[in-house]
Design a protein around this ligand. Structure first.
Ligand code: GLN
Length: 401
């Protein structure tokens, strides 16, 4: 049954969402005209739509924002997690809110158009979200065309024919083509660079060398490492262990990224296994990096029903007993029961009890399923970057290489 648009506009519906099972939601187009196919997920964050849209882990997905005021801080050149957005499109409840923020340089609608990103507004996002919660994340197509003349059956077929994220390796599409150094820190108000009102200071004399494997890395991870005195070299997802060790890293970071971890395993798992052969080398993984580390250690991953996407997810650190509110974005999960002996679950989701982290007993090797770099979201989990730096510092003290 078609669901009618709910936005305040009076124009004819010129946007549509068609799910693979034929369900139709009508709305109003925002951003570019065109069509986009992907998995429809919902994100519950109340801030940070620009960071979310530019998070490379959203490749292959269309994001439904449950928060209604999208566009209120406009867009800027700085709060991006990668240069080109990887998400395929967006679904929002209300018309894009007019920007009112001192850092805004462009309206979200113009920003979306500049990246050819299709969106629809005016949808009952609550109904869509409940549907996703009940029935799982569906595949679907969003379309925006000025004349509103949609061939619904053709769109449904396009959604149904899309193979879905299981088995899809998307890291190879979003990883860097060649290695590069990273020097930018976390954005601070009132810093001298940037545009006079703030900026991202660099670190003068880095104390640690980190190699970051890029499966679709978010820039704020790199910025946090810079702030903690790390000189970071980012390497492509298919870098070999020799390529990585040639940089003589004090620690290796495994990034977040899109798609199915098992599909990404072919080239990355052998590299991770070779790195794990060096028993004193600190390894820290986030999200896809966590899943890949688990696979390299002999565990399994699985597709979740509708994933975790938001900035309000409570997680318990099993080491300290502390609860942190976390930023999350994942649709696959490590099967905790498959963790071999000596690989210890370190964090648990208080929403659904799923695995949120692991550590290798007696070794400086650990990872989390969520996002301590925030961007957007709370910074409760920043201590994990410090744990990584402490591990590198310990190793240096022991003279390890
Ligand atoms: N943010 C991420 O790294 C996501 C990891 C993986 N693609 C998943 O959906 O679970």
């Amino acid at each position: 049954m078609p669901v009618q648009p709910t936005a305040t506009k009076t124009r004819e519906p010129d946007g549509i969402l068609v799910l693979a099972d034929g369900t139709v939601f009508r709305g109003y187009g925002v951003g570019a005209e065109g069509e986009a196919v992907g998995e429809i997920v919902f994100n519950t964050a109340m801030t940070g739509y620009q960071e979310i849209l530019t998070d490379p882990s959203y490749a292959g997905q269309i994001i439904t924002f449950t928060f209604p005021h999208i566009g209120n801080v406009g867009t800027n050149e700085e709060d991006i997690e990668t240069a080109t957005p990887a998400a395929r499109g967006l679904v929002i409840r209300a018309d894009i809110t007019e920007p009112a923020n001192y850092r805004a340089s462009r309206h979200l609608d113009a920003w979306l158009r500049s990246y050819n990103l299709v969106g629809i507004s005016g949808l009952d996002t609550r109904a869509l979200t409940r549907r996703i919660r009940d029935a799982g994340a569906p595949n679907g197509v969003i379309a925006h065309r000025a004349d509103g003349a949609f061939d619904v059956e053709a769109l449904r077929r396009k959604a149904a024919d899309w193979p879905g994220l299981v088995g899809m390796d998307l890291a190879k599409e979003v990883t860097c083509r060649q290695s590069y150094g990273w020097e930018e820190g976390v954005w601070r108000p009132g810093q001298p660079n940037g545009q006079g009102y703030g900026g991202r200071p660099q670190t003068d004399a880095p104390a640690f060398r980190v190699v970051a494997m890029d499966f679709g890395i978010k820039r704020n991870i790199l910025r946090n490492l810079t702030n903690l005195n790390c000189a970071v070299t980012v390497v492509p997802a298919d870098a070999s262990a020799e390529d990585i060790l040639r940089h003589e890293p004090d620690g290796v970071f495994l990034s977040n990224g899109p798609g199915d971890p098992e599909a990404t395993g072919a080239y990355a798992i052998p590299t991770l296994k070779a790195l794990l052969d060096k028993p004193d080398l600190p390894l820290f993984g986030i999200c896809l990096g966590h899943q890949m580390l688990a696979l390299a250690l002999g565990a399994r991953t699985a597709k979740m029903h509708h994933g975790h996407h938001g900035a309000n997810h409570p997680v318990k650190d099993l080491l300290t007993g502390r609860v942190e509110i976390t930023s999350q974005n994942h649709g696959f999960v490590v099967d905790e029961k498959s963790l071999p002996a000596g690989i210890v679950p370190s964090h648990v989701s208080l929403f659904d009890g799923s695995n949120e982290g692991l550590r290798v007993e007696g070794r400086p090797v650990f990872s989390v399923q969520y996002h301590p770099e925030a961007s957007p979201g709370p910074r409760d989990s920043h201590y994990l970057f410090e744990r990584f730096v402490d591990a590198m510092s310990e190793r240096k003290k022991k003279g390890g290489a």
